[in-house]
Ligand binder design. Sequence first.
Ligand code: SAM
Length: 324
Amino acid sequence: MEAKKSFHTPVLLNEVLEYLDPKPGQTIIDGTLGGGGHSLALAKAIEPKGILVGIDLDPAALVEATAKIKDADIKSEIHFVKGNYKDIKRIVSELGLKEINAIIIDIGISSYDLEGSNRGFSFQKHEPLDMRFDPEARPAHKEKEPFTARFIVNHYSEKELKQIFDQYGEEKFSSRIVRGIIEHRQENKIETTEDLFNIIKHSLPAAFRFKAGDSARRIFQALRIEVNKELENLEKFLPDAFEILAKNGKLAVISFHSLEDRIVKHFFLEKAKGCICPPDFPQCVCGKEPLAKILTKKPITASEEEQKENSRSIPAKLRVIQKI
Ligand SMILES: C[S@@+](CC[C@H](N)C(=O)[O-])C[C@H]1O[C@@H](n2cnc3c(N)ncnc32)[C@H](O)[C@@H]1O
């Protein structure tokens, strides 16, 4: 019998535990529950009488993590919430929680997303072009069609496509690929990962076609970011999460590409900055005190051993801040 594929292996797990240093009785929020790997370890560490809230947009992740954590017979209060981490303030207020000691988000895609979801996250599969983390998300768009990667490639203008491929994918052949998409969709709808991969491949200069996978990876990343509004979510989440943290509470973010890491880094620097007087002022007149301490001067990356065992950990960067 074929072994059941793992839903997801948590990355930087030891480092998350080291930096968050969870204690019995604390309240912790995991904004990206996924397969529940980080949550399970954190829930164990806050036993007894701790409170763990696990949030995810994907019902499949909630099913997986609920089973995993229930099987472990944790002696803490656990809440599983289907929702978006950008709504952390509302979620915490609806649960009536006050003293939040740590919050983590791990904003990569899970192994399940790539290999088991059938939602077109990987250009190596033959799947419908969906890419929503929440497959139940209702159409918010005027076209009354769900807002998926399929919608974007079939309806976005040339300018809009180019902008997301440049900005979120940093793809140097974006103009050629956009032209390929526009030409293709004049005849036929783009429905599947295979359709899109073939368009990307045939849009590249002949000498680059053998490396079509590199361009496809960047274009698929750009579509995923746009479908799920990933950068907007992060921008909304960071100040809200920081606000609801208790004194000495910690905020940890694991990111997987430079656009996200840059947002996290700047937010943390801003919170840790004290005086904002111009440098030529003889003495401080603003009186501004730092609101936080950065615990990871440089982002933490996976050990060589973890990178060898789990290649998904290679791009991961962990940054942690502590509220003062
Ligand atoms: C890399 S996985 C998390 C893995 C998890 N830390 C573990 O140990 O198994 C990322 C998860 O975040 C979820 N996700 C992505 N964006 C989200 C959002 N804005 N709000 C809530 N969940 C989100 C995805 O559905 C996915 O399950």
